[in-house]
Design a protein around this ligand. Structure first.
Ligand SMILES: *Cc1c(COP(=O)(O)O)cnc(C)c1O
Length: 377
């Protein structure tokens, strides 16, 4: 097998690139689909829950899938600078891909409302950070206006190449499972990712563009078109934080609040696309409190050994609740997207942790006592 060199190279035939497009890549994508072992057992339900661990992308979130496309196309068009508004992960990704491309990145972030790890990334990769005294939605509005006044390419998800890159997560899931899942659960903020997945699943459900009659390299041997069977699309389920839940309220929210800063968005840019995905797939939206989000983050970390950021954990909170209440029936295959890595936001993790931090003298007896006193498992 050739060395994996990123999702544009892998899915070149299904992405808007040409043979001579200069690809800007950090080998993003190809993230693991991990089958949960302990949470389903604890639920006492026969379900297959998989997590798509997008935190293992190069900058630690799924944003890299869209950014490789957006920056590649910006460079192809001759752009020397990119700009985005961000709750953190988009700026981290934009900064890294701009560094790789040798162009400038300007990032607008809400003052004081960005997780430490994400800020560190934007700083380290040499982007120009503009902290605004306002939230993500205000930043987004400014970015849309500034593009008419300065020679910069917007790399927020209103840039259509972002969703094109992000749709590849659906391709990878179909390849890994040999089919689409029955349910796909994911956090919803600006609503680009749920829309992108729906594009990916829908393209996979269409007829094979290669018109082949047997398994081919294009579909990695998992092709269903060859047998004439249409790939079924999953039901899309989007979860929002209660304090930032325009899809549940049925209208935009002016002062979004949640500890899950990555989804602290009240005016989602892909509002209509996301609604279309949920309606067409016969899915639904639901909401969770910050406490429920943090409990799910901890559950996943403690029971499965997987550390995701708070926003990502809402997909676990949602899947667990909807399995328990029967909305997701037994026998289902479920994929939850873990959008970002837990290390992005160490402060929130440490603050909510109840792990014992024992202080002892540097002496064998004291260490031994600490161990024997705490042998619970
Ligand atoms: C961007 C982001 C989201 C929200 O994705 P949208 O496409 O804006 O709905 C969720 N979780 C994390 C970690 C993110 O970085």
């Amino acid at each position: 097998m050739p060395r994996y060199t990123g999702l544009i190279d892998k899915y070149r035939d299904r992405l808007p690139v040409h043979d001579d497009t200069p690809i800007i890549s950090l080998s993003e994508g190809n993230t693991p689909l991990i089958r949960l072992a302990n949470i389903p057992r604890q639920l006492k339900k026969s379900v297959d829950i998989y997590v798509k661990y997008e935190g293992l992308n190069p900058t630690g979130s799924f944003k890299d899938r869209g950014m490789t496309m957006a920056v590649t196309k910006a460079v192809e068009a001759g752009s020397k600078a990119i700009i985005c508004a961000s709750t953190g992960n988009t700026s981290a990704s934009a900064a890294a891909y701009a560094a790789r491309a040798g162009i400038s990145a300007f990032v607008l972030i809400p003052e004081g409302k960005i997780a430490q790890g994400k800020l560190a990334q934007a700083m380290m990769h040499g982007s120009i950070i503009i902290q605004i005294q306002g939230n993500f939605d205000a930043g987004m509005q400014l970015v849309k206006e500034i593009a008419d006044h300065a020679p910069v390419t917007i790399v927020n998800s209103i840039n259509p190449f972002r969703l094109q890159g992000q749709k590849t997560a659906a391709f990878e899931i179909i390849e890994a499972l040999g089919r689409a899942p029955d349910f796909h659960c994911l956090p919803v903020g600006n609503a680009g990712n749920i829309s992108a997945h729906w594009i990916g699943y829908s393209e996979s459900a269409a007829t094979c563009p290669e018109k082949v009659t047997e398994a081919c390299a294009f579909c990695n041997g998992h092709c269903r078109f060859a047998t004439g069977i249409t790939v079924k699309r999953p039901r899309m389920v989007g979860y929002q934080a209660s304090g930032a839940a325009p899809f549940l309220r049925g209208h935009m929210v002016d002062h979004p609040e949640t500890i899950a800063t990555a989804i602290r968005i009240g005016h989602p840019q892909s509002y209509h696309q996301a609604w279309a995905a949920v309606r067409e797939s016969n899915g639904w939206f639901d909401e969770f409190s910050d406490d429920d989000i943090l409990l799910a983050q901890k559950l996943l970390a403690e029971k499965e050994g997987i550390f995701c950021e708070p926003a990502s954990a809402i997909s676990i909170a949602g899947a667990v609740r909807d399995i328990q209440n029967g909305k997701i029936p037994e026998g289902s295959t479920i994929v939850c997207t873990l959008t970002g890595h837990g290390l992005k936001d160490p402060d929130t993790a440490i603050k909510q942790s109840t792990a014992p931090l024992l202080k002892v003298k540097a002496e064998l007896n004291e260490v031994k006592a600490a161990i024997l006193d705490n042998m619970v498992k």
